[in-house]
Design a protein around this ligand. Structure first.
Ligand code: CA
Length: 254
C-alpha cells in the first residue's frame, strides 16, 4: 500500500506552549500524536517522551522484556504481536514519564494522551490512551476508530449523557487514563484492513473540541488531500479553538 502523509500543528491563539507532539515516519509506517498535560512546560516533556518512546520501541527488534511478553502469544498472529508491542510501548512510555516527574519536581503530575497508527502492508493497527482520536474517511463517511478515555464518554456509554450535551459539560476533559500520570495503562488496540482510497486522520482534542464529527467530515469532503491537515487546523481555529491543535493525515493508494 502506498502512503501519502501530512501533519500540521498549531499552538492556537492563547497558549504559550504547544504541548502536543507528533511523529510522521513514513519509512516505518508509524504515526503518533500525543497531547501532554501538566503545569508549566511539563506537558511538552510528557508528550515528547511518549512519542520518542513509541518510535524507539517500534524501530527496535524488541527489547528482552518485550520479547518475553510477546513470545507466548499463540497463535503468532503478526497483528496480535504488533498490538501487544504497542501496548508495551505505551506502558514503557508511562514508566519513563513517571520516573522523570519523580526526578524533576517541576514536572510532577505530568501525563499525556497517545494515539498511534502503524501501517504494515494492508493492515492498519491502532492503539490509544486518552482523548486523542483516530478517524477513517472512506466512501464519503467519517468513522471514529477510537473511544475517548474520558469520564463523559463513560457517562455517554451508560446512557446518562447525550453526545451533544457532552460537548458542553465542564468536566469533558477529565481523562480516565493517561500515559505517565496514571502509571500502568490499558490502551485500546485494533487492526483494520486498508482499502485503496482510505484516509486516516489522527488528531488532538484541539480539533475535536471546536468541531464535531460532521463538521470534520465536511472539511475532509471539500478539501484536496495534500492540504487537508492545514484545512482542518484552520477550521478548528476559525471555529474558536483555543487549545493546541494537531492533525496527521495518511492516505492509502494501491
Ligand atoms: Ca489538548
Amino acid at each position: 500500500m502506498h502512503l501519502e502523509c501530512y501533519a500540521r500543528t498549531d499552538p492556537g491563539p492563547v497558549r504559550e506552549h504547544n504541548e502536543d507532539a507528533f511523529l510522521v515516519d513514513q519509512d516505518i509506517g508509524v504515526f503518533v500524536i500525543a497531547d501532554g498535560m501538566g503545569g508549566h512546560a511539563a506537558g511538552e516533556v510528557a508528550s515528547r517522551m511518549a512519542v520518542e518512546t513509541v518510535r524507539e520501541l517500534l524501530e527496535d527488534e524488541g527489547d528482552p522484556e518485550e520479547t518475553r511478553l510477546v513470545r507466548d502469544i499463540e497463535p503468532q498472529d503478526p497483528a496480535v504481536v504488533l498490538r501487544e508491542r504497542l501496548r508495551y510501548a505505551m506502558n514503557q512510555a508511562s514508566v519513563r514519564i513517571r520516573r522523570e516527574s519523580e526526578a524533576r519536581p517541576e514536572t510532577r503530575g505530568m501525563g499525556t494522551t497517545v494515539v498511534v497508527l502503524v501501517v504494515e502492508g494492508e493492515q492498519a493497527h491502532f492503539a490509544h490512551v486518552g482523548d486523542s482520536r483516530a478517524y477513517l474517511y472512506r466512501d464519503g463517511r467519517l468513522v471514529r476508530l477510537t473511544r475517548d478515555h474520558t469520564v463523559v464518554q463513560q457517562e455517554i456509554d451508560a446512557g446518562r449523557l447525550t453526545a451533544e450535551l457532552a460537548r458542553l459539560v465542564p468536566h469533558k476533559h477529565i481523562l480516565t487514563q493517561s500515559v505517565g500520570f496514571h502509571g500502568p495503562v490499558e490502551p485500546d488496540t485494533t487492526t483494520r484492513v486498508i482499502l485503496p482510497g482510505d484516509v486516516f486522520i489522527l488528531c488532538s482534542d484541539g480539533l475535536t473540541d471546536p468541531l464535531d464529527d460532521d463538521q470534520i467530515r465536511k472539511v475532509v469532503e471539500g478539501t484536496k488531500f495534500d492540504v487537508l491537515a492545514d484545512a482542518l487546523v484552520e477550521a478548528a481555529l476559525q471555529a474558536g479553538g483555543e487549545d493546541n491543535v494537531t492533525v496527521v493525515t495518511v492516505a492509502a493508494s494501491a
